[in-house]
Ligand binder design. Structure first.
Ligand code: 6R9
Length: 654
C-alpha cells in the first residue's frame, strides 16, 4: 500500500502483518525509548533470552573515551554459544529441522538436518578438533563452501571454546595464508572441492598452496564434498569423513566467559591490510538472536533463508548464530542466484516454502535484468518478509523486489550494519514501520545513532539533514578489538569523532527523522555488496614488476553497485599493451580473489598529487565517474597537466 504522506512514497504493512508482528509501532517506540534511557535495565532483561551457565550480574561496562576504549557486556556471566544454538532446543524441538541444505545443483537432494542431527555432527567435529590438538582459545581457520560442515565447524569451535576465523572460499591462497598467519591458527578446515554455479573450485589445492606459506605445524582437516582427487600430505592432512565415523558423538560444551572471543573475521578498511574483527560470546549472541527474531518477525515454525555466504558476517549472524539460537529452521544454499537459470532463488523459495528471505541488492539487480517471468512462474505465496543488506538499495531494485517478488504483500527490511557491529543497527521492523524505498529507517533497540557534521564533529539533531553516521554508545554485539592490535581498533573507529563509534558511512535524515545511508565516506568501496579497501587492490597492483604506482577508486556500476577503477603508472620503459592489461587483472584476482578483479584499468603517465605527495583521490573518483565538470579545488595540485591527460584518456568515454 503506497501513500504520499511525505515527500517519499511510504509502504505501510498490511493489517495482517501488523496483527501478527512481535513489535508494533507503539511497542517499538516504547522499547526504543527504554533501551536508550536505561541500557542496563533493558539489556539485563533481554540478556536472559539466551541460557547462561552462570548468570551475569553486570550488564554494560563500556567506554568510547579516546585511549581507554573498552567494551564489555554481561562480563561476569558464563555460557556456551553452541549449547545455546543446539542443546537447549533438544528437548522441545529435537526432531525439528535446524538446517535445510540446498545443494548447488537442483538435481541433487536437499538435506533436512534436525537439531538432534546437528548435535551429533557438531559433537563429532568438536571431538575431532580436540584430537587434532585444538584447545580453548586456539584459532581455527574455516575455508569451506556453503555445506553443512561449515556450520558444524563454527559450532564445534564454539563448543570447545576455540575461536574460528572463516575465510571466504572465493579468496586466493595468498589471502588465506595471510589470515592463517594473522591469527596463528592451529588447524585449517577445508573441502576437496567447492561446487558453485556448476563450476568446481579446487579448494584443497588452494589450501595446499596457502600452507606453503604458514608454519609447518598447521594441520588441515579436509571434508569430502565431491570426492574429487586431491594431493595428500602425510601427518598434516586429515580426512574429516573418515574421522567422523569413529568420533564420539558427545562433547561437553566448555564454560566460556561472556567476553571470551567467539570468532575473528577479517574485513577491509580504508588503510592497510584487512583487520581481524573480534566478536565475543555473550553480547554477540544476545543481539544476533534478538535482531533475527524482530527484524524478520520470525515465528516458531517459519522457514527462514538468508542467501549470504558464511564467509561474510551476514552468514555468521543470520544463517548460523541468530536463527539457531532462536531454534529456527535456517536454509543454507550452496549455489548462485542464476544457476541453472535466473529462477533458482525463487524455485528454492517455492520448494521449501520460505517465509523470510534475505539477500543483497546486487543479486536483485542482476535478477531484475533477466525479466519477471523467472519470478512469476514460481509460487511465492509463503513469503512474508523480505530483507536486503550489504549496500544501499536503489529505488528501482526496491520496487521490483516489493512488487514482483513480494507481490506487494511483504514488508522489505533494509538492514544497515557492518562486520564490526555484529548485528542489524538500522532497519524498519516489518509490523511497525511504513517503509520507504532506499531507507534503512530506524535504529534498532539500544542503538544511539547520530548524524555528525563532518567538519565540526558536532551532533546535528534537527532534520532533514545530512552528515556522517556515528553511534554514540555501545550495543551488545559491538566488535571488541582488532585481533592483536587494540591501538588500531581505537584509531580506526574512535579517533575521527571523539567519544563516538564512527562507522565510515554517510547518511541523510529526512523530514520524518528516518535514516538513509548514502555510502562510504572513506576509501572503502562496495563491490556487489563485498567490502574492499582500495589500498588492498593498490598494494596488489604495485606488487607486480611492471607497475610503478597505482591508485584505485570506485565508480558507479549498474549491477555491482560500484566497480573497481584502477589508475596504473607503469615502470619506466614498460609499454602498456592489451596483454599487460589482461595480466594485471589476472594478477589481482590471484593476489586477492575474483571479487577484487579490476573492472577498468587506465594507464596513467602520472597521478594527481598534492605538493606534499598525497594522491588526490577526490579528483580520480570524479574522472572515473565521467564527471569532469566537478573536479573541485585543484589549486593544491603539484602538476595540473596530469589531470588534463587523465581526462583525455579516460577509458570508456561517454
Ligand atoms: C553487513 C555487511 C558494511 C558496509 C557498511 C555500508 C554497507 C551494509 C547496508 C549498507 C546501505 C544497507 N551497507 N548494509 N549500505 N544500506 N542496508 O554488509 O557488512 O561487509 O562489513 O559491510 O556495507 O557501507 O559500512 P560489511
Amino acid at each position: 500500500m503506497s501513500s504520499e504522506t511525505t515527500s517519499n512514497p511510504t509502504y505501510a504493512p498490511s493489517a495482517e502483518m501488523v496483527s501478527r508482528a512481535h513489535i508494533s509501532a507503539a511497542k517499538y517506540d516504547e522499547m526504543y525509548a527504554a533501551s536508550i534511557a536505561d541500557p542496563d535495565g533493558f539489556w539485563g532483561e533481554h540478556g536472559k533470552r539466551i541460557d547462561w551457565i552462570k548468570p551475569f550480574t553486570k550488564v554494560k561496562s563500556t567506554s568510547f573515551e579516546p585511549g581507554k576504549v573498552d567494551i564489555k557486556w554481561f562480563e561476569d556471566g558464563t555460557l556456551n554459544v553452541a549449547a545455546n544454538c543446539i542443546d537447549r532446543h533438544l528437548e522441545t524441538r529435537g526432531d525439528q529441522t535446524a538446517i535445510i541444505w540446498e545443494p548447488d545443483s537442483p538435481e541433487d537432494k536437499a538435506l533436512h538436518i534436525t537439531y538432534k542431527d546437528l548435535h551429533r555432527s557438531v559433537c563429532k567435529m568438536a571431538n575431532i578438533l580436540e584430537d587434532l590438538g585444538v584447545r580453548k582459545g586456539d584459532r581455527v581457520v574455516i575455508y569451506l563452501p556453503m555445506i553443512p560442515e561449515a556450520a558444524y565447524a563454527m559450532l564445534a569451535c564454539a563448543r570447545i571454546g576455540a575461536i574460528h576465523s572463516i575465510v571466504f572460499a572465493g579468496f586466493s591462497p595468498d589471502a588465506l595464508a595471510a589470515r592463517i598467519n594473522g591469527c596463528d591458527a592451529k588447524v585449517v578446515i577445508t573441502a576437496d572441492y567447492a561446487p558453485r554455479g556448476g563450476r568446481n573450485t579446487p579448494l584443497k589445492s588452494n589450501a595446499d598452496a596457502a600452507l606453503l606459506h604458514t608454519k609447518d605445524s598447521v594441520k588441515c582437516l579436509v571434508v569430502k564434498r565431491t570426492g574429487g582427487q586431491t594431493t595428500w600430505v602425510q601427518d598434516r592432512d586429515y580426512d574429516y569423513n573418515e574421522l567422523a565415523m569413529e568420533a564420539d558423538d558427545y562433547s561437553k560444551p566448555a564454560e566460556m566467559n561472556a567476553e571470551d572471543p567467539l570468532f575473528i573475521l577479517y574485513t577491509s578498511g580504508s588503510t592497510g591490510q584487512p583487520k581481524g574483527v573480534v566478536h565475543c560470546s555473550g553480547g554477540y549472541l544476545v543481539y544476533a538472536a534478538m535482531t533475527q527474531e524482530y527484524t524478520f518477525d520470525y515465528h516458531e515454525g517459519d522457514i527462514y533463508w538468508c542467501t549470504a555466504d558464511v564467509g561474510w558476517v551476514t552468514g555468521h549472524s543470520y544463517i548460523v548464530y541468530g536463527p539457531l539460537a532462536n531454534g529456527a529452521t535456517t536454509l543454507m544454499f550452496e549455489g548462485t542466484p542464476t544457476y541453472p537459470d535466473a529462477s533458482r532463488f525463487w524455485q528454492v523459495c517455492e520448494k521449501h516454502k520460505v517465509n523470510q528471505f534475505y539477500t543483497a541488492p546486487t543479486a536483485l539487480r542482476a535478477l531484475m535484468g533477466q525479466g519477471n517471468e523467472y519470478v512469476e512462474k514460481c509460487d511465492l505465496s509463503d513469503l512474508r518478509v523480505l530483507g536486503t543488506v550489504g549496500e544501499p538499495i536503489n529505488p528501482e531494485a526496491w520496487n521490483w523486489y516489493n512488487d514482483v517478488v513480494g507481490g506487494g504483500r511483504c514488508p522489505i527490511v533494509d538492514t544497515w550494519w557492518q562486520t564490526e557491529t555484529g548485528g542489524h543497527m538500522m532497519t524498519p521492523l516489518p509490523g511497525a514501520h511504513a517503509t520507504k524505498p532506499g531507507s534503512a529507517m530506524k535504529p534498532f533497540f539500544g542503538v544511539k545513532a547520530v548524524v555528525l557534521d563532518p567538519h565540526s564533529g558536532e551532533e546535528i539533531d534537527t532534520y532533514p539533514t545530512e552528515g556522517v553516521l556515528c553511534i554514540a554508545d555501545s550495543w551488545p554485539s559491538q566488535m571488541r578489538t582488532v585481533w592483536g592490535d587494540h591501538g588500531r581498533f581505537e584509531k580506526t573507529y574512535f579517533s575521527d569523532y571523539k567519544g563516538y563509534y564512527f562507522a565510515g558511512d554517510g547518511c541523510r535524515r529526512d523530514e520524518d527523522g528516518d535514516f538513509w545511508i548514502t555510502g562510504r565516506v572513506d576509501d572503502v568501496i562496495n563491490v556487489s555488496g563485498h567490502r574492499m579497501g582500495t589500498a588492498e587492490v593498490e598494494s596488489a597492483l604495485v606488487a607486480h614488476a611492471a607497475v610503478a604506482e597505482a591508485a584505485v577508486v570506485g565508480y558507479p556500476h549498474d549491477i555491482k553497485g560500484q566497480g573497481i577503477y584502477c589508475y596504473v603508472t607503469l615502470m619506466n620503459g614498460v609499454e602498456p599493451t592489451d596483454e599487460l592489461y589482461k595480466e594485471l587483472r589476472t594478477w589481482v584476482r590471484t593476489e586477492i580473489g575474483p571479487i577484487a578483479s579490476p573492472d577498468l584499468i587506465q594507464w596513467a603517465p602520472g597521478l594527481p598529487k598534492t605538493r606534499s605527495g598525497k594522491i588526490m583521490r577526490r579528483i580520480l573518483r570524479k574522472i572515473a565517474e565521467n564527471d569532469f565538470g566537478a573536479l573541485g579545488d585543484t589549486s593544491t595540485l603539484a602538476e595540473p597537466a596530469v589531470v588534463d591527460d587523465l581526462i583525455e584518456n579516460r577509458m570508456n568515454k561517454g
